[in-house]
Design a protein. Sequence first.
Length: 469
Amino acid sequence: MASHPRAAAALVPILVGLGIWLIPVPAGVGATAWTLLAIFVATIVGLVTKPLPMGAVAILSITVLALSGTLTINEALSGFSNSSIWLIAAAFFISRGFIKTGLGNRIAYVFMAAVGKTSLGLSYSLAATDLLLAPVIPSNTARGGGVIFPIMRSIARGYGSDADDGTARKLGSFLTVACFQSTVITSAMFYTGSAPNPLAASLAGDLGVDITWGGWAMAAAVPGLTSLAIVPWLLSKIYPPEIKSTPEAPKIARGELQKMGPLKSSERIMLGTFLVVLLLWIFGRALGVHSATTALVGLSILLVSGALTWDDVLEEKGAWNTLIWMAALVMMASKLNELGLIAWFSGGVSGAFEDIGWAPAFLALSLIYFYTHYLFASTMAHVGAMYSAFLALSITLGAPPALAAFVLAFFSNLFGGLTHYSTGPAPVLFGSGYVEMGAWWKLGGLISVVNVTIWLCVGGVWWKILGIW
């Protein structure tokens, strides 16, 4: 009986793809491009509905492309040669070192001991931990759900705040929302802050916009830090915890640090590797070291030193899964651009906006791109489905290419704060039961307006100073 729901779910992407394929090919679009579009859209729908795991959906798409003759097998597998794919996979492997060695937890307790005397200070300490880990843990689920959430829940319960006994609002509810929204922001701040970011950068590159690791971090620094400063404070006002003072939290943190003892050799290796990787990501372009090479350098150090074993790498299922479905999406999106479909789309739609100027047109497109995420349960699926088309259309309407690429890329993370299903950490934190769905959605909608305002206004001034537009 269990197979029937899966079979029904599998029919949805198939029917959507067939529906597009059966539409007469529009003028100016080749038959190959139209068939590829049908398979691409079916893949996106499959990633959203998940009749099979995401990696399996991607493999099926690659197989259909090759069997149908839409692409050669070499073309269908070409996504695996994309350096951005290997950058994100290697960063996943490196991130495992933070969790395995315990360095991620140690960093959180250090911040908590320093600024955790109030509930707001606790939220800032966890946000600071997330910020420090974001450059080398590209899975916001691993950061928010694997490192931050267990510590946050332990603190809340230590203060008598539990999701199941009517005491959630004492402390746990506030910390849950604050941690979640902070993870959304830190994901937007680094090229390696979340899995969709390298995909967005790769798609931007197909349209002539070069985004580097350092360039991304520089562009996101000021609006990102502003959001991290304002959002937890705002939440403490509109969704305040009953417990404002948490004098015991620093003591708890110091106690945990004492249990952990001095830095272990594996933690020292992890810390040194983190610093090497971070410095090479910042200055590697000037030294001629590609960001993907940097990630492989970090992974190699951990393997040679024994901080990670090859079994650890093999067991990192998230990395291998991401490697496969990202390769499929990057390949199909790149081929759609090569075959002229993106240019055809942007040229056809631009007429609806051409009389209002590029600035209001780009603002409208950006907001449409942002709030359509209510329809998505995956940031990756959203980026794969819409990023290239909206970026190409924005550029066609006259928006500065780098500005458009960055804004849409940053929004590709910030819209993850909207719902309880919108990005990886959302189900983990919402599933704790500390926040009711209505409150989660209301707060998500409100914070989205705050983030959009900060990133477009504060960010706009900062990007002007940087010469991005």
